[in-house]
Write a new protein. Structure first.
Lengths: 716, 153
């Protein structure tokens, strides 16, 4: 038995009590369990005799830098040497590895660092306290006089490495974690701390689910209904079985699985397959019909109240000037770089799933239930995820369940690797909800914003999910209206109403969720209101954010760093947006140039306050990335339907942001001492409207229909 | 049929139809997973390898056409240019999810092998076909400039 399996067995056998141990309650004897020679003070870290420190990651790594972040938190309090610190993904074990802000083991909502900040620090401090006790006992000195730095424990002329102390922690020693004062941090907040996943991702050795091919693996692809909600009536596999490499074809509850000795043969086999479908419960509408229904709903009724403050109708009626705007936001696919895939093996009453797993508790439950072995007999090996942007987490664990069903249909105990093509991904649903949003706002004769009315229409993400009761209030999914209904702007009379639309197309959170559209509508309409008031867009917002000091501060910082109000070359324009999401405050100033009527994104200056900046360089990377991801979609990406079928299929017609589109990005980070908040998503919402406002400044065009290319904007 | 491919200096035999894309032969038949599947239609560059030194989309190159060609994958990079690129990539922490980065690096090595001092415009033009959904593009530009400097040193 090797160290890894022993440790895993230990971790899986541990109980909630051992999770409690890391907050210093009771760890008696925890590390004394057999663990192959490593010192395992708690489920979050182990130290090997060679001094290497392995941080066990309860969150997956989709590129957001959490693996580096969790290692930073733990290594800070352990005082490990950064180069000695390695990372390993935790098994699915909700009791130990729960995301305390979500109540399940999983990642999402930009919560990884926020929910781990104290837990991983305490785990590191607890481990350090035990190493110190070992040294104190060995040297016969008082533990309080011992110093720890860079993986070395010392007292006077005595010194020992962490590795030297493995196996020397006295029986019955109790961890005594003492957290550092932030002024003593050397890793948290360090401007540059090398990412833990950089090397493996630059030499081809990083393993993603797509790279997992266990002995005996069978490759599979699934033929799904071409319209959402369709059901299979018949299929003919004879031509598919003729394809070289195809080994079997089976019906599953999710579609027809084609199995082969390699992915390409499976894809070719699927092309040769003929299928018949019943579309009586399917989405069969085209884009125009769906949009017309949204518009009609907004025309005909008031909608569900999501916010009602003051007398909005009266304020708008009495306003000196009003503005009106109607925004359209399309369905969007996440299209992570690694197409969805998962490997599942069901054998001897156990299920094993290899996955870039984002939602461990849900996936363990789903694979366990569908396979019939139960979650307690289901293990998940998490590997790197090639992006997600939300897609790998959903309440049905759709692609892992497909792999499970494909493995069951084959039924011979072999591991089945179910791969989505890019076309499957673009056409696979779980989209950012299409949203229409009408705004009426009014300013008084003094140029003050006196009333705001938002009418929104979209399909709820959370209705009918297990979170329905928690987040759907009086029929309003709070994620449908977030970013508007909970704005920080002090608007005296404000109403937000929602039309809850229906379609068989599944919806899902997409990087920044409701903020992905609400931030755009809010901030473009705010610019229009500022213009109606005859006021500078920054100054107009400053007034409204007087009671929101952190947002006001990032607005001022972004404006200052961007040289707001300063000269620009001819044909350039500058725009601003500020938007709080995931408890993080973000402002951005965009600069665009226009040449021969074509727009080029030149520069974005961002200012962010996400509490204590744990890894400033990861924060910069996340803001750069969120800006790019957001802008690519704002510029030209959309999912549309014809007779219920998705019009787009792959990158040539779901054209992503490319390097030539990418503006220069500067990120300025507030050195806050508040608790850390999210950073994976908050960079996205302000980017689009800042660019839209810059386009208006440059060429006098308000862009309200996304993607921008559909509203007549041409990009160079 | 058995086809002999020369990959990273070693001859490897694969049992595959001649029209199988090199991508799938490398990955599924030979188990070398550094080269990635992203789109299958030469639209993202994740599958980029070098064929006789030229960056090539392996999802479109058929194994039957490649007998005798020198194929290099991310696992086989060992030139001075590659060392400069990979060290710059790691030192600047370019990667996020990392899935596209093998392809980005194969293209960057191709660029710097042709043009040791590219401008931003040269980079944008050469690297246009390599998609990064995490949008690490500003760092890709910076890392290529940094690699260019390291090549001079």
């Amino acid at each position: 038995m090797n160290i890894k399996t022993t440790r895993r067995a230990f971790l899986q056998g541990a109980t909630a009590a051992s999770a409690a141990m890391v907050v210093g309650l009771n760890a008696k004897g925890a590390w004394a369990a057999g663990h192959g020679g490593d010192f395992v003070p708690n489920p979050f870290v182990r130290i090997a005799p060679d001094g290497s420190v392995t941080v066990v990651l309860k969150h997956f790594e989709m590129g957001q830098g959490t693996s580096t972040g969790l290692a930073t938190l733990l290594a800070e309090e352990l005082d490990a040497k950064w180069e000695d610190v390695g990372i390993e993904f935790a098994p699915a074990d909700t009791a130990i590895y729960m995301n305390t802000l979500m109540g399940v083991q999983g990642s999402g909502g930009s919560t990884a660092i926020a929910n781990s900040y104290m837990q991983y620090r305490e785990a590191g401090a607890a481990a350090k306290s035990l190493l110190v006790q070992a040294a104190a006992s060995e040297w016969g000195v008082d533990a309080s006089e011992i110093e720890v730095q860079d993986g070395m424990v010392s007292h006077g002329s005595n010194s020992a490495s962490f590795g030297d102390l493995v196996g020397m922690v006295p029986e019955g020693a109790t961890p005594n974690p003492q957290l550092k004062d932030p002024s003593a941090f050397t890793k948290i907040g360090a401007d540059k701390l090398a990412r833990k996943d950089s090397k493996a991702k630059t030499d081809g050795t990083a393993i993603f689910a797509m790279d997992v091919m266990p002995e005996g693996v069978v490759f599979a692809v699934l033929k799904r209904s071409p319209k959402f909600g369709g059901t299979l009536t018949s299929f003919d596999a004879s031509a598919a079985m003729e394809v070289e490499g195809v080994v079997d074809v089976k019906q599953t509850p999710m579609g027809v699985a084609v199995y082969a000795t390699n992915t390409w043969a499976a894809l070719k086999g699927r092309e040769a397959l003929t299928t018949e479908w019943d579309f009586s419960n399917a989405e069969t509408r085209s884009q125009d019909e769906m949009e017309a229904e949204y518009a009609a709903a907004m025309d005909e009724a008031e909608g569900l109240p999501a916010r009602a403050e003051g007398d909005t109708a009266g304020a708008l009626e009495g306003a000196a000037k009003t503005i009106e705007a109607e925004f359209h936001f399309p369905f969007l696919a996440h299209a992570p770089m690694e197409p969805l895939n998962s490997v599942v093996q069901i054998k001897d009453g156990k299920a094993q799933c290899w996955d870039g797993c984002q939602f461990h508790t849900v996936t363990q439950g789903a694979v366990g239930a569908v396979s019939g072995v139960g979650p307690e007999n289901t293990s998940i090996e998490t590997v790197y995820a090639g992006g997600s942007f939300g897609r790998r987490a959903n309440f049905s664990s759709d692609y892992e369940v497909e792999a499970t069903m494909a493995a069951m249909a084959l039924g011979d105990g072999r591991p089945v690797k179910l791969v989505w093509s890019r076309e499957d991904d673009v056409r696979g649903g779980y989209y950012r909800p299409m949203t229409k949003h009408r705004v009426r706002a009014g300013v008084d004769a003094d140029g003050k914003l006196v009333g705001w009315h938002s009418i929104m229409a979209n399909k709820s993400i959370f209705k009918t999910t297990p979170m329905d009761e928690a987040v759907v209030v009086d029929g309003v999914d709070i994620f449908s209206v977030e970013g508007v209904a909970d704005t920080e702007y002090a608007i005296p009379n404000m109403s937000v109403t929602l039309h809850d639309m229906e379609t068989a197309v599944p919806m899902l959170w997409w990087r920044s969720v409701g903020h992905s559209h609400s931030g755009y509508a809010m901030e473009v309409a705010m610019d229009m209101a500022a213009e109606a008031a005859g006021r500078d867009p920054v100054e107009f917002r400053q007034d409204l954010l007087a009671g929101a000091p952190r947002s006001l501060a990032v607005l001022n910082l972004a404006a200052e760093k961007a040289g707001w109000g300063g000269d620009l070359p001819d044909g350039w324009g500058r725009g601003v947006a500020v938007h709080k999401s995931f408890n993080t405050h973000m402002a951005q100033v965009a600069e665009v140039s226009v040449t021969d009527g074509k727009v080029k994104l030149e520069r974005i200056v961002a200012a962010v306050d996400c509490g204590v900046p744990v890894n400033p360089d990861v924060i910069r990377a996340q803001v750069e990335g969120a800006i790019g991801y957001g802008l690519g979609h704002v510029m030209r990406q959309k999912i549309t339907f014809t007779d219920g079928e998705v019009d787009q299929s792959n990158f040539p017609d779901y054209e992503p942001l490319r390097i030539s589109d990418m503006p220069k990005v500067e990120v300025h980070i507030v050195r806050s001492s508040e608790a850390p908040t999210g950073i994976g998503e908050p960079g996205l919402p302000p980017a689009g409207p800042a660019v839209a406002n810059a386009i208006y400044a440059a060429m006098g065009k308000r862009v309200m229909h996304l993607p921008m290319v559909d509203d007549g904007v041409e990009f160079s | 049929m058995a086809i002999t491919l020369k990959i990273n200096g070693e001859e490897k035999s694969v049992e595959a139809p001649p029209d199988m894309p090199l991508l799938w032969a490398i990955r599924d038949m030979l188990g070398m997973t550094g080269t990635k599947f992203g789109c299958g239609v030469a639209s993202c560059g994740a599958c980029t390898v070098h064929v006789d030194g030229e960056p090539t989309r392996s999802c479109q190159a058929q194994v039957g056409d490649l007998e005798g060609a020198e194929i290099t994958t991310i696992e086989g990079l060992n030139s001075d240019v590659a060392a400069a690129v990979q060290s710059a990539w790691a030192d600047l922490d370019v990667v996020q999810c990392g899935y596209c980065q093998s392809g980005q690096i194969m293209s960057a090595v191709g660029l710097l092998s042709e043009n040791a001092k590219p401008t931003d415009e040269d980079i944008d033009s050469y690297m246009w076909g390599n998609v990064c959904r995490c949008a690490t593009y500003t760092r890709i530009r910076a890392a290529i400039h940094e690699a260019s400097k390291r090549m001079e040193a």
